[in-house]
Design a protein around this ligand. Structure first.
Ligand code: TPP
Length: 639
């Protein structure tokens, strides 16, 4: 406890000297970080927060690495890409927070799920402040942990304030631990300023969880003795509260206890302090002596995704005529056979087989451990997928409808997408997205929301239009260790048939397919809109068109696009999504920038109306881009 305390005191001086950026103080809360970490085994994961320096020091991370991290230097853990405690390290089995506070609670569920599936008898421990308990992630994570009986210790550090918000404005129950009963979960209140109580209770609970896996909620009563972060101060905290808690300082009280018990002499105390101060100064010097990172664009770009070498599988020539939905089901099933560590999760996907029946029969073949029904909690399940990945497994998460991904948006764009770039931890998660209009399903069951993701570095986005592509690309998405959004158009599920190899096979990302060749115009599309384009071209055989089906939107096959545009000089991009901010706009801009001199006409974008997607067929038909395509295509050719 003394070590994090002394490090902090030094950091507060450096902060005033402008030598480190923000600082979130854990002074007064050290007994929790240190006591909990001491009760964990070294191979068990801990997911700490911004005030848990004691977790990092108790896991014995060399101090110079922490100091480098806070100065944004290369010996830190994020190559200068993220600050303070926003990092993880597999070496020390620590998974740091993202700023959004709540998501790591569900990540802990995923790690714990992996340990349960592998029978490791390990506990995962995750921290949050009482403020973070107001986030939906907290509720979702505790609920999932309880329903699945996951070996997680949820540690709530109730330190009186969330930034300036006192607990009475944060929640309206007496103790946060009281919520345990609502989740069907054991819970305890622990004096967070008493290291002996913290260690003994957590140690006992952890031992019991290792034998009998289950989640436990712990509320540590403590107090935040400094400002939310150093610059913000504590003016809003009544002085008598400060004074009362100052008397409960965990370090001073433990020192006094050790002295009274005759365990620690004054000389020993001085010697311990001197050793720590010496270590701090020595390691600080090492961090100061380290060079500043010099920016290099290709280094940055190369770290956004984990390197993945596409593997081709030779298949037997046998094929069968199947629908898009069968191809996806087959691709998923064969991937489950290929990867024993692959877990699929989603609402109603187990015995019921999913609302589209894609996982029908999976439970019989793979069992309920790997084919998991989930509560309705998109965030926690995406986060659990991340946790499985941290623990070395693979996850496929089925969104019941792509529209519902908005309820799991935060962990996808902030956790999964940024993880490899931030601390070299890949997110081996595929999110399946049954999407699209044309089925009279209204504004919340019809969206094609790929543009929400194509603009987020770190994600891959796949959008097949044919059974052959869907099966092979899904297999690749699962092989790829990066997060992949896999769009499946519902209107194509049962309407499109194709001869598809019976065996397992893969297809590479970033390769568009030229499904029709012509010299007059380039038509670029993906998903259901490819079929609209085909219909129009079939009805107008005189039009000589290259038809490019992009198949994957991230990575995007710009080479195929430019080659065709250079040949035809005319290009029209057809997308199902509404126009503004869609991928057609980016493709159009790229063509202008790279093929301007080859163009004989302005690039045309055809997209759906700028309204939500309406329900009744007549309105939906009017909304969709399909009806406009032929006219714009003919205008372009006549230009
Ligand atoms: C989603 C989200 N909303 C708001 C914030 C800003 N914020 C950062 S920490 C914090 C207070 C957190 O309070 P608590 O969970 O009690 O932890 P403490 O800081 O007291 O340890 C707030 C409001 C944030 N980081 N993320």
């Amino acid at each position: 406890m003394l070590k994090p305390r002394l490090i902090e005191e030094k950091m507060l001086i450096l902060l005033r000297q402008g030598k480190i950026s923000k600082w979130f103080s854990g002074i007064g809360q050290e007994a929790i970080s240190v006591g909990v970490t001491m009760a964990m085994q070294t191979e068990e994961y801990i997911l700490p927060m911004h005030r848990n320096l004691g977790v990092f020091t108790t896991r014995e991370i060399p101090l110079y690495r922490l100091f480098s991290q806070w100065q944004g230097k290369a010996n830190g853990f994020t190559k200068g890409r993220d600050r303070s405690f926003h990092f993880g390290t597999q070496e020390f089995k620590i998974v740091g927070m993202i700023s959004h506070l709540g998501p790591q609670l569900g990540v802990a569920d995923g790690i714990a799920l992996a340990s349960k599936l592998k029978n490791l008898n390990q506990v995962t421990t995750v921290f949050t402040g009482e403020g973070g308990t107001s986030e939906g992630d907290f509720h979702e994570a505790l609920n999932v942990a309880s329903v699945w009986q996951l070996p997680v210790i949820f540690c709530v550090e109730n330190n009186g304030y969330g930034l300036s918000t006192p607990t009475r404005e944060q929640y309206n129950c007496e103790h946060i631990a009281d919520r345990g009963i609502g989740y069907g979960m054991e819970s305890h209140i622990i004096d967070g300023n008493n290291i002996i109580e913290v260690y003994q209770k957590v140690n006992e609970i952890a031992k019991s969880i290792r034998k009998n896996p289950r989640p436990v909620l712990l509320e540590f009563k403590t107090f935040r003795m400094r400002g939310h972060e150093e610059a913000s101060g504590t003016k809003y905290v009544p002085q008598d509260l400060m004074d009362a808690w100052a008397k409960k300082d965990p370090v001073e009280n433990f020192q006094a206890f050790l002295r009274d018990e005759g365990i620690l002499s004054e000389q020993e105390e001085v010697a311990i302090k001197e050793t720590i101060v010496h270590e701090i100064n020595e390691h600080l010097q090492m961090a100061f002596d380290e060079d500043i990172i010099s920016p290099n664009e290709s280094v940055e770009l190369n770290d956004v995704y984990k390197p993945f070498e596409y593997q081709y599988f030779k298949t037997k020539p046998k094929t069968e005529g199947i629908r898009l939905i069968d191809a996806i089901s087959q691709g998923l099933k064969q991937s489950m056979e290929q990867h024993e560590d692959l877990v699929i999760m989603g609402q109603d996907i187990a015995e019921y087989g999913g609302v589209f029946k894609i996982t029908d029969g999976f439970v019989e073949q793979f069992g309920n451990n790997r084919v998991r029904n989930t509560p309705i909690c998109e965030s926690a399940i995406v986060e659990a997928g991340m946790g499985l990945s941290i623990a070395g497994m693979k996850a496929v998460v089925e969104m019941q409808f792509a529209d519902f991904v908005s309820s799991g948006f935060n962990p996808i764009v902030n956790y999964l997408a940024k993880s490899h770039y931030r601390w070299n931890q890949h997110a081996d998660v595929v999110v399946r997205m049954p999407c699209g209009a044309g089925v009279a399903a209204g504004p919340f069951h019809s969206q094609t929301n790929e543009a929400w993701f194509t603009k987020t570095p770190g994600l891959k986005v796949v959008y097949p239009a044919f059974p052959f592509d869907a099966k092979g690309l899904l297999a690749t998405a699962i092989n790829d260790p990066n997060p992949v959004l896999f769009f499946e158009h519902k209107a194509l599920y049962r309407s499109i048939r194709q001869e598809v190899p019976v065996d397992y096979y893969t297809l590479p990302f970033g390769k568009a397919s030229l499904i029709r060749e012509g010299s007059e115009v380039t038509v670029i599309s993906y998903g259901a809109a490819v079929h609209w384009a085909l219909e129009t071209l079939n009805a107008n055989p005189e039009i000589q068109a290259d038809l490019i089906d992009l198949r994957t939107l991230q990575p995007l096959d710009t080479e195929a696009i430019y080659n065709s545009v250079r040949k035809t000089g005319r290009v029209i991009i057809l997308q199902e999504d509404s126009l503004f901010g869609g991928i057609a706009s980016d493709i159009s801009a790229q063509i202008m920038e790279n093929c301007f001199e080859d163009l004989d006409a302005p690039v045309k974008r055809v997209a759906s109306m700028e309204t939500p997607i309406p329900f009744i067929n007549q309105l939906e038909d009017q909304y969709l881009a399909k009806g406009k395509f032929e006219t714009v295509l003919k205008e372009l050719i006549a230009y």
